[in-house]
Design a protein around this ligand. Structure first.
Ligand SMILES: NC(=O)c1ccc[n+]([C@@H]2O[C@H](COP(=O)([O-])OP(=O)(O)OC[C@H]3O[C@@H](n4cnc5c(N)ncnc54)[C@H](O)[C@@H]3O)[C@@H](O)[C@H]2O)c1
Ligand SMILES: N[C@@H](CCO)C(=O)O
Ligand code: NA
Length: 433
């Protein structure tokens, strides 16, 4: 039976995502009401620039005072799509204190302070949902939190940033330059307000922290995630990858250690074989593999960025928290009972592709091989190529077997110390084999 008092929603932020949330709430109002069992209405929309014309957004709902809006007694749900740490955090905690549940797309905030936010929600008998924060429209937070709650997840591996995938894809397929590709991603609404968050890997690291925490039932913050962006990836890395039958992707990788006693979370560019399903993830699409004991390998794929896809995830959460309100209950909160520590990057074990500029003379190969052996890093393949442009120099490309990141780092340091090694042109991890 439909309850007659409408549920009131405060929308904070009306940018790329917020404007789409407002549009869908208006156009789908009847369906949303039927699915929730109560009408759902916008109580107000907090914006920073009230003079901006926003098509389809009722002017009488617009306010610049977000704090006053979240304190209103008639507000049942707050949707936070402002982004950043403050004032989003204070607005969300104030919303909880006033009895409202919160839907947020804010990965930066959840990855920095998720535990405190969950605790505040629980204290006030409210919900905190953030499906949109990880991989946009793709259902991932809820499947991990609910559908896989009876299984044991061991690994989450994927492409979780649309902007960087768009850039790498354009560079790889159309030969576009880095800044041209970034400008296009920004114009399409994929990039964050400050694209540094995307290209330096902060956005993906925040998502990795959230995924690792939920997947392994422990607490992982963005500071625990090893992060390398794509600003160091060169055209020559992409060409090297092609020669190996690989492509370069910015990956987020969360793993439970083999002994089950710790976890790792990292974001970095990596070479993956063209035969791997992640290699064919194009443009701003995201794809995430989840490996678990009972289910085996699951793949989640879809649009990970953009106003309308992200709004889809926000609306899904809105329906869920509204249903909970109607039923007088709350959904699952934080599950961090395993308290597994997060190991440093040095303990991660993977394969490496290293490209060295070396003196083109006898004995160099043996010298280089000795350095690898001395550090316990086993070589899989070596390819030497003369460089007609550089007199007396050659390129040596070494691909290793699986080795600890710390062992690889000390190998590279020792290689740099050799007179015959003129430079380390690139080091890239090789994943997905
Ligand atoms: N764009 C995407 O593809 C995408 C995807 C997933 C998640 N997200 C997340 O969604 C959130 C919003 O992203 P966006 O792309 O819509 O950003 P945006 O910059 O387009 O929109 C944010 C809006 O909030 C407004 N704002 C800032 N401070 C405010 C305040 N104090 N009161 C009221 N309004 C305020 C800004 O003026 C801006 O219009 C972020 O947390 C982002 O990480 C975005
Ligand atoms: N800037 C983000 C938005 C989605 O979180 C991206 O490019 O993936
Ligand atoms: Na999602």
């Amino acid at each position: 039976m439909m309850r007659t008092r409408p549920l009131k929603v405060a929308l904070l932020g009306c940018g790329v995502v917020g404007s789409e949330v407002a549009r869908i709430m208006t156009t789908h109002a009847d369906d949303l009401a039927a699915r929730i069992g109560a009408p759902v209405e916008l109580a107000g929309i907090a914006v920073r620039r009230p003079d901006r014309v926003r098509e389809g957004v009722p002017a009488e709902l617009v306010t610049t005072d977000a704090m006053e809006l979240v304190k209103r007694d008639d507000v049942d749900v707050v949707i936070e799509v402002i982004g950043g740490i403050e004032p989003a955090r204070e607005l969300i905690t104030t919303a909880f204190a006033h009895g409202a549940s919160v839907v947020s797309a804010n990965k930066a905030l959840v990855a920095a302070d998720g535990a405190a936010l969950h605790a505040a929600a629980e204290r006030h008998g409210a919900d905190l949902y953030y499906e949109a924060a990880v991989a946009g429209a793709i259902p991932l937070v809820r499947p991990l939190r609910e559908s896989l709650a009876g299984d044991k997840v061991n690994r989450v591996l994927g492409i979780v940033n649309g902007t960087t995938n768009f850039i790498l894809d354009k560079m790889d397929t159309s030969g576009a330059g880095y800044s041209e590709a970034l400008d296009e991603a920004t114009a399409l609404g994929y990039a964050e307000a400050d694209p540094t968050a995307d290209v330096e890997g902060f956005d993906a690291a925040a998502k990795a922290a959230i995924l690792a925490g939920i997947a392994f039932h422990t607490r992982v913050t963005i500071d625990d995630v090893h992060r390398e962006g794509l600003t160091e990836v060169t055209a020559s890395d992409i060409a090297s990858a092609k020669r190996m039958g690989c492509t370069v992707k910015l990956l987020a990788i969360c793993e439970r250690a083999a002994d089950g006693a710790s976890v790792t979370a990292r974001v970095h560019p990596a070479m993956i074989p063209l035969s791997h399903p992640l290699a064919s993830v194009r443009e701003a699409y995201n794809a995430v593999f989840v490996e678990s004991d009972a289910a085996g390998q699951l793949m989640f794929y879809g649009p990970g960025a953009g106003g309308s896809p992200t709004a889809s995830a926000v609306l899904g959460d809105l329906v869920a928290v509204c249903r909970n309100k109607v039923a007088g209950t709350t959904g699952p909160g934080e599950s961090a009972y395993t308290q597994l520590p997060v190991s440093p990057m040095g303990e991660v074990v993977t394969r490496y592709h290293i490209s060295l500029d070396v003196a083109d003379k006898s004995g160099v190969l043996a010298q280089v091989a000795t350095v690898f052996a001395e550090h316990g890093v086993s070589i899989d393949t070596v390819r030497q190529q003369g460089r007609p442009d550089a007199d007396g120099e050659a390129s040596l490309v070494v691909v290793t077997h699986r080795a600890a990141d710390a062992a690889l780092s000390s190998t590279v340091e020792a290689l740099r110390g050799l007179d015959t090694v003129r430079g380390v042109a690139s080091i890239m991890r090789v994943e997905g084999e």
